[in-house]
Design a protein around this ligand. Structure first.
Ligand code: CP
Length: 292
């Protein structure tokens, strides 16, 4: 379904069947977002749904209203689905227990970000034609990354091999039990992989004793042309965004789309794919008997 939506999205004047007409989708963002929020908003509008946009600072949450009371009040306005981003791990699961409406986790704390993983997997499958036996290295701050967790679960279930590469301080304590390959050396990781998902270094946490300095992190783990050339590797490079340029990824690697056959950045392609994938998620949940 997402592939069908993508095909139309990249045309000049995309138009879609309004399969979600009369549906109301609440976009509840308790944490900042650019890509996820706007892609869900566009996805909803493309399918004819109306959206209620919500940020914590402009709502009664700023007066002390709880998450559960907020959701109950929105439900009383006959909302059909909640798209929830929240800083607390487990927030989406919590509201699933209090509403009979669809709940889509748009990122909860350091736990999961399932639609990001779906769009990353869509991007990889579109490029490589399959996910089975693909070697995907996830580089960076895995410990704090909801994107990494969802991608590890998703990619493994699709038959890919997953590795993570980070300083030991940024590896999850249970990493060895996840069925993935662990690297601390970036050259070894690049040699092993077909493609890389580079993670944002969570600068807000970088001072918490995880890293000696940003410069040192960037020296050992920042993805640059020089490091790719050293192991003569032409990697397909993904990053969920937002990116810290020249920290976890160099400008040149982030922006490179040419020449074909060389390392290629998929960063903006991922963003386009995010709209298609989120359209598919919304339609599957709210109009399961329709096609794209
Ligand atoms: N990838 C991602 O979740 O980006 P946003 O925080 O901008 O939504």
């Amino acid at each position: 379904m997402a592939a069908g939506f993508k095909k139309k999205l990249v045309t000049e004047n995309p138009s879609f069947e309004p399969t979600l007409l009369n549906k109301r989708i609440a976009l509840c963002f308790f944490e900042n977002s650019t890509r996820t929020r706007f892609s869900f908003e566009l996805a909803s509008r493309h399918l004819g749904a109306s959206t209620l946009s919500f940020t914590a600072s402009s709502s009664s949450v700023s007066k002390g209203e709880s998450l559960t009371d907020t959701i109950r009040n929105l439900e009383a306005m006959k909302v059909d689905a909640f798209v929830l981003r929240h800083p607390s791990s487990g927030a989406a699961d919590l509201i699933t227990g209090i509403t009979g409406k669809s709940v889509i986790n748009a990122g909860d704390g350091a736990h999961e970000h399932p639609t990001q993983a779906l769009l990353d997997m869509f991007t990889l499958r579109e490029y490589f034609g399959k996910l089975e036996n693909l070697r995907v290295i996830i580089i960076g701050d895995v410990l704090h990354s909801r994107v990494a967790r969802s991608n590890i679960y998703g990619l493994l279930s699709a038959g890919a091999s997953v590795g993570i590469c980070s300083p030991v301080t940024l590896m999850p304590p249970d990493a060895a039990k996840l069925g993935i390959t662990l690297f601390t050396d970036l050259d070894d990781a690049i040699r092993w992989a077909d493609t890389a998902i580079v993670l944002r270094l969570q600068l807000e946490r970088a001072t918490g004793g995880y890293l000696p300095s940003l410069e040192e992190y960037s020296f050992y783990y920042g993805l640059t042309d020089e490091k790719l050339d050293r192991v003569r590797k032409h990697l397909l490079v993904l990053h969920p965004g937002p990116i810290n340029r020249e920290i976890e990824i160099s400008n040149h690697v982030a922006d490179r789309i040419q020449p074909p056959g060389y390392s290629q950045s998929m960063l903006l392609e991922q963003v386009t794919n995010g709209v298609a994938v989120r359209m598919a998620v919304l339609q599957t949940l709210l109009a399961p008997d329709t096609s794209c």
